[in-house]
Design a protein around this ligand. Structure first.
Ligand SMILES: Nc1ncnc2c1ncn2[C@@H]1O[C@H](COP(=O)(O)OP(=O)(O)O)[C@@H](O)[C@H]1O
Ligand SMILES: [Mg+2]
Length: 441
């Protein structure tokens, strides 16, 4: 499979704004960059998604809603279809523009930040570097929007506001009432998405809708209810507890992701293993994981490490026990592991180093352990590298293990380091700093 690139790579306005940091950002936490266990099953789901893509190519916009419990493979399914579409597209129509992927990611800690997934996506697309001044960022944004015909002073002003860029006299959206500003922001966002799809077929992905802020949800409701948007395959993922607030429509398909069957778990346990596993072991694994891929993955790892006899049961506790157990066996420094979980789903090494009490050698050794324990993925060259948690559940398991007082101290230290040593990073992601300040108490 070709590497998944969650950004626009074909010639066009985006090329003009491409920077080193943008390239580094692209596809950052998409597992195509790391070794993945082979995909098991999901043939019917992939066929359905391929079929919907075909309709999109014929100008019939489609929406697919994928729901399932955490760890069931929603993100993996999305990544797989993106990879397939990009691969097929390259083979079928050399010279044709590649499909564009716009990915909005809702995040648990940003449910109160208005339109957070949009600003997060734009930040990634534009590749703002921490050492770039607001005026450089403003220029890049303006040039990007120009490529989509969205360069009216008001549009640029509204996008700039979403990205927390200071007001610029040339591009002003001032003078609007808050209600009007919201309406206008929704309008330019719709124009942006349509303009992307007008250039080439587009995949518009919104991950983890159960964590969306109210504005993002309202925007999506309006977008999807407004009917078929030609040239766009919209894929939304969410957990079962989330209820879709807009009505059903013929261009909208709901896809419930199921747990893997016993046969599929057996198939999984046999791939990558030269020795056939005893039937009793496969049964035990199936029973304990309940066919949830994330847990099967954990158990496969434990089987390889021959530690399946631990007191582990199915359910959310499994993840905690398994991760903690593995870290214990590796004699990891818990303080450092906890600190990483407090830093958030994705963090830069430099911020960790500024916050940790341990020195560089220790940090480096501990991070290597966390990566080999399957807790973190790493990206980039030391020391300007970043880390991302492999899965929210692993991050949560670590974070909840920290006692209240220590957790507050960690948040406090992180907030101070951001303010004192990384003011520009704090400027780019003010929500992140606000989050740490709030949790510091
Ligand atoms: N069908 C599958 N075959 C193999 N591995 C899978 C499958 N589905 C999910 N996984 C793996 O399980 C883990 C959790 O999947 P993920 O897509 O992150 O779950 P979700 O988004 O539903 O929370 C990932 O490491 C993923 O690669
Ligand atoms: Mg996911």
């Amino acid at each position: 499979m070709t590497p998944i690139d969650f950004a626009d790579r074909s010639p066009g306005p985006d090329e003009a704004v491409s920077t080193k940091s943008e390239r580094e950002n692209q596809g950052f936490d998409t597992p195509a960059a790391v070794a993945l266990s082979p995909l098991i099953g999901r043939d019917a789901e992939l066929r359905l998604l391929e079929d919907r893509w075909e309709q999109v190519l014929e100008g019939q916009g489609q929406t697919v809603l994928i729901f399932g419990e955490p760890g069931l493979g929603k993100s993996r399914l999305v990544q797989t279809i993106v990879g397939m579409i990009q691969e097929n597209d390259g083979a079928a129509s050399a010279g044709e523009p590649r499909p564009l992927v716009i990915e909005w990611r809702c995040a648990e800690h940003f449910q109160n930040s208005e339109l957070y997934p949009v600003s997060n996506c734009m930040n990634r697309l534009l590749g703002f570097g921490v050492d770039e001044s607001p005026s450089v960022r403003f220029e890049r944004l303006a040039r990007y929007l120009e490529g989509y015909g969205l360069d009216s002073p008001e549009s640029v002003g509204l996008f700039a506001k979403l990205l927390f860029l200071p007001a610029d006299d040339r591009y002003s959206a001032a003078g609007l009432t808050p209600a009007r500003e919201r309406e206008e922001t929704f309008r330019v966002l719709r124009q942006w998405i349509d303009a992307c799809a007008a250039k080439r077929p587009a995949l518009f992905i919104v991950e983890d809708l159960h964590w969306s802020d109210a504005s993002t949800l309202e925007f999506l409701g309006q977008l999807i209810s407004s009917g078929v948007r030609g040239g766009i395959l919209t894929i939304l993922t969410f957990r079962p507890e989330f209820k879709i607030p807009w009505p059903a429509a013929s261009h909208q398909t709901v896809l419930a992701l199921n747990r893997l069957s016993r046969r599929q778990v057996t198939e999984w346990m046999r791939t990558g293993s030269s020795k056939a596993l005893p039937e009793s072991l496969v049964t035990q694994i199936y029973r304990r994981t309940g066919g949830v891929p994330l847990l099967v993955e954990e158990f496969t790892r434990m089987v390889r490490e021959s530690v399946v006899d631990g007191p582990v049961g199915a359910g959310s506790g499994t993840e905690t026990t398994s991760v903690m157990g593995r870290l214990d066996r590796m004699a990891c420094d818990r303080e450092i592991a906890w600190l990483t979980a407090t830093l958030g789903h994705r963090f830069d090494y430099e911020l960790l180093a500024a916050t940790a009490t341990a020195g560089e050698t220790t940090l480096r050794a501990e991070l290597t352990k966390l990566v080999s324990a399957g807790v973190l993925y790493s990206k980039g060259q030391w020391p300007r590298c970043s880390y991302v948690f492999k899965h929210g559940l692993v991050e949560e398991a670590l974070y909840t293990a920290i006692d209240e007082q220590k957790r507050r101290q960690f948040h406090q230290r992180i907030a101070e380091a951001m303010e004192e040593q990384f003011p520009k990073a704090a400027e780019i992601e003010p929500e992140l700093l606000a989050e740490h300040c709030t949790k510091a108490g």
